[in-house]
Design a protein around this ligand. Structure first.
Ligand SMILES: [Cu+2]
Length: 123
């Protein structure tokens, strides 16, 4: 039984949907979400993409096919105070977020491994 946690954020409104599902084949992970960018949280305690640029409205999906638990946790952002994502990214979970505010650099980290950090530039 795979567990799926999806967090959607849009225009500063974030809400979570937790559900159980039993996807088959390559329906697992971010692939089936249609996200614009997928970030893998790796067992070597890094995100596989640490700094990238997206256009406003793009959706980023984090996935974890490893064995360690992680989080996707927002750093406070003066340009967008609604950036408060704090989501568990345990093995087999995904986190999905839609970035709506152009011109903002969003940074985040993993609370469990604070050396895991990432930056998303919305242009
Ligand atoms: Cu971590």
């Amino acid at each position: 039984m795979k567990r799926l946690l999806v967090l959607f954020g849009s225009a500063g409104i974030a809400f979570g949907i937790a559900c159980s599902s039993n996807p088959s084949g390559n329906g697992n992970g971010c692939e089936s979400t249609g996200a614009n960018v997928t970030v893998n949280a790796l067992d070597n305690q890094t995100f596989d993409k640490t700094n990238f640029t997206i256009s406003a409205g793009s959706r980023v999906c984090w996935q974890n096919f490893g064995t360690l638990s992680h989080t996707v946790t927002a750093n406070a952002n003066a340009q967008d105070t609604t950036w408060k994502l704090d989501a568990q990214l345990n093995p087999d979970l995904i986190v999905l977020y839609s970035f709506g505010k152009q011109g903002v650099n969003y940074t985040y980290y993993c609370k469990i491994h604070p050396g895991m950090t990432g930056t998303i530039q919305v242009r």
